[in-house]
Design a protein around this ligand. Structure first.
Ligand SMILES: C[S@@+](CC[C@H](N)C(=O)[O-])C[C@H]1O[C@@H](n2cnc3c(N)ncnc32)[C@H](O)[C@@H]1O
Length: 212
């Protein structure tokens, strides 16, 4: 019923985001509902989903409809507490209060029973749109992305297929905070014999163990 309603009235449901996007000349970032379509398209069957940066849990919620298990890591204690409350009745969602770069290795180590794994890497400092305050912040480390990728690299061959979605790729210009240059992440994908492409501000890396 919800799906039917959404299909029929999507322009109405998303009219505000569409108007804002139009006013921004359809530039990046794309509205959340568009990004969510990209995430759905790049889901792998029977996979564990890991999200870094839970924020208010909108994407966590989407992922819980795609997968039997979602682990989302949030460093900001206030946002973590809100997410725990929001998902208290969702049996397939685990929220962890930690820095992704500190806990990701342990999570991957403990979940090697999964055939496939998908990761949505979205942990970074941002302005909270409700409190208008910055979220979790570490001096000189706005994004832990390269640390996250270097951890994931150690586990790639432990799974059949790994899809990695890195959000906000527009910021990877080598000038914004500690965001690396796009070349660095392309080099990472090439070094790990993975396919990569960009859709709607999301850098997508696809690794398949039996293709190497
Ligand atoms: C852009 S928001 C995430 C949005 C969310 N993934 C979504 O799609 O709705 C970034 C979040 O990452 C969190 N964060 C920042 N640095 C982090 C880190 N090192 N580890 C985990 N979370 C972090 C921030 O507190 C913030 O809530």
């Amino acid at each position: 019923m919800k799906k039917y309603f959404e299909k029929k009235f999507w322009k109405y449901i998303y009219r505000r985001s569409l108007n804002n996007w139009y006013k921004r000349n359809f530039s990046s970032p794309s509205p959340e509902f568009v990004k969510h379509e990209i995430i759905k398209k790049n889901n792998l069957d029977n996979s564990l989903w890991i999200e870094t940066g839970t924020y208010y849990g909108d994407t966590t919620n989407l992922l819980s409809n795609l997968s039997s298990k979602v682990i989302s890591i949030e460093a900001d204690k206030r946002l973590y507490d809100l997410a725990v409350k929001k998902f208290q009745n969702s049996k397939n969602i685990q929220i962890i209060n930690d820095k992704s770069q500190s806990i990701l290795e342990e999570i991957l180590k403990n979940n090697q029973n999964h055939k496939n794994i998908c990761l949505y890497l979205d942990a970074h400092l941002c302005m909270d749109h409700l409190t208008k305050e910055p979220t979790f912040k570490e001096e000189n480390l706005e994004t832990p992305i390269m640390v996250e990728l270097n951890i994931i690299e150690k586990f790639l061959t432990k799974f059949d297929r790994v899809n990695i979605l890195v959000d906000d790729i527009r910021l990877f210009d080598g000038k914004t905070q500690n965001y690396p240059n796009l070349n660095e992440i392309v080099d990472w994908a090439r070094k790990n014999k993975s396919n990569w492409f960009i859709e709607h501000d999301i850098f997508i890396i696809k690794f398949q163990a039996n293709s190497i």
